[in-house]
Design a protein around this ligand. Structure first.
Ligand SMILES: O=C(O)CCC(=O)C(=O)O
Ligand SMILES: [Fe+2]
Length: 296
């Protein structure tokens, strides 16, 4: 996968990871063979999970929820990462299967709030896009002269159907990413593009040791815990900064600045199939209730 010569650094991108014919077969499976969770509100993002389930008490995997094997259709879609992968340059096994895979359906108009996938839990992230193209937004906030004075840098990345993207380094740790809830995207040449149904497959590898050393107190849950950041501070702060509860935040939460990984169904009900509306809310609640419990 080639690294894109843009800010944020660390985005690797491979257009046409699969053929159009292969994509058509997958979309048929997604639409006619898979059983999706029921949507409480039409037009919201839905997800299905494969592999291990995240445990918010240990920040590792939940030993009580059985591993859900990858289905046949998923096997040829697993990205092969280079041996030197890893945002901190650690040695990794080559071609280790991802620990968690999340298939998401975005009806036109659906989005995902800006977030970083939890630093302590996961290292590498990849995402395959299928169906409609969509504009993903990367966002970085820097504190220039003081708390009150935040500078926000935004970069749009066009996620073309059949493309595989890897987020590593800066793009993985120090920038948030999200997809605006809207029915159209405006391209860099001014063209307005209508959205249609999109599916994405997110691949996550657990971070060995479950601790991130990046030190980014704004985005890293390990750094926040070490700094004793007040539990609710992050979203209070964000609200103050942006007054934002609008377009990007419409998925049932006020803020997912450090949105937790994925499936939190500790009661074991429909363990791998929950709507993202609830999912984001649960992530947030669990984040808040478990941040002190995590091992350092
Ligand atoms: O839909 C995508 O391409 C990315 C989704 C994402 O950021 C996530 O699941 O954490
Ligand atoms: Fe993400």
């Amino acid at each position: 996968m080639e690294e894109l010569p843009i800010r944020p650094r660390g985005i690797r991108f491979q257009p046409d990871f699969i053929t159009k014919e292969h994509e058509a077969k997958l979309l048929h499976i997604f639409q006619h063979e898979l059983i999706w969770p029921e949507s409480k509100k039409s037009g919201t993002r839905l997800s299905l999970h494969y592999g291990y389930t995240f445990d918010y008490k240990t920040f590792g995997i939940d030993p009580n929820i059985p591993y859900k094997p990858f289905p046949e259709w998923l096997l040829p879609l697993i990205p092969k990462l280079p041996a030197e992968r890893g945002s901190e340059g650690e040695e990794r096994e080559e071609e280790r299967l991802p620990d968690q895979v999340c298939l998401q359906h975005y009806p036109p108009g659906a989005g995902i709030p800006p977030h970083v996938d939890t630093h302590s839990a996961y290292d590498e992230l990849c995402a395959l896009s299928l169906g409609s193209a969509v504009m993903m937004m990367f966002r970085r906030r820097t504190n220039t002269t003081g708390e009150e004075d935040m500078e926000t840098e935004m970069v749009d990345l066009d996620l073309l159907p059949r493309s595989m993207m890897q987020m590593s380094g800066e793009s993985r740790l120090h920038w948030e990413h999200g997809i605006k809830k809207r029915k159209k995207d405006v391209l860099s040449d001014g063209t307005v593009r209508l959205r249609a149904d999109r599916w994405s497959i997110t691949y996550r590898w657990l971070r060995p040791g479950g601790v991130c050393e990046c030190g980014d107190v704004r985005l890293c849950d390990t750094a926040q815990r070490r700094a004793g950041v007040e539990r609710e501070f992050r979203w209070k702060q964000e609200k103050q900064e942006t007054g934002e509860e609008g377009e990007m935040m419409g998925d049932g939460v006020r803020n997912t600045g450090t949105r937790e990984g994925i499936n939190d169904d500790s009661e074991g009900k429909k363990a791998q199939e929950i709507s993202n509306e609830n999912e984001d809310l649960e992530h947030h609640q669990n984040k808040n209730s478990n941040i002190e419990l995590s091992p350092s």
